[in-house]
Ligand binder design. Sequence first.
Ligand SMILES: Nc1ncnc2c1ncn2[C@@H]1O[C@H](COP(=O)(O)OP(=O)(O)OP(=O)(O)O)[C@@H](O)[C@H]1O
Ligand SMILES: [Mg+2]
Length: 142
Amino acid sequence: MTERIVKLPNASATQKLGMDLGKSLTAGSVLLLTGDLGSGKTTLVQGLALGMRIVDLIVSPTFTIINEYFSGRLPLYHLDLYRLTEAEVDDLHLECYWLGLETEPGIVAIEWAERLSYLPDDYLRIELTYDPVEGRIAKISD
Ligand SMILES: Nc1ncnc2c1ncn2[C@@H]1O[C@H](COP(=O)(O)OP(=O)(O)OP(=O)(O)O)[C@@H](O)[C@H]1O
Ligand SMILES: [Mg+2]
């Protein structure tokens, strides 16, 4: 596992981190996003979508659970598990997304990924936290 830390002094920095990933990640990549309410998970996915050249407006899937976007260089599957229990998450069979079963392979970005009881073999974990010295930071590990 490697870990790197990126400082996020403002919302644009969070968006830029997402945008860089959106330019470089390949089909089948899974981003596990963790961090408190309002820590910037959706903001990061908005940047991700820009980097993937998605033209749609990215809105939080807190109530819809899954939003799918097909206008970019790859499909983006944006999930928010906040309102679900672990059993409900199991029922969604999210592995279909990362295994590409009945879905076109794309990038899967999961907010509140701590609700997942099963993980893909490969993923990038992005933990958005507040450090008393550095301020907002992202810890990225794979
Ligand atoms: N690095 C940052 N510094 C300051 N403000 C930020 C930063 N990143 C995001 N924000 C702001 O924080 C607010 C909440 O962001 P966002 O909705 O992305 O959080 P979230 O983690 O998705 O929240 P939720 O847990 O409700 O899904 C927004 O107003 C956003 O612009
Ligand atoms: Mg959100």
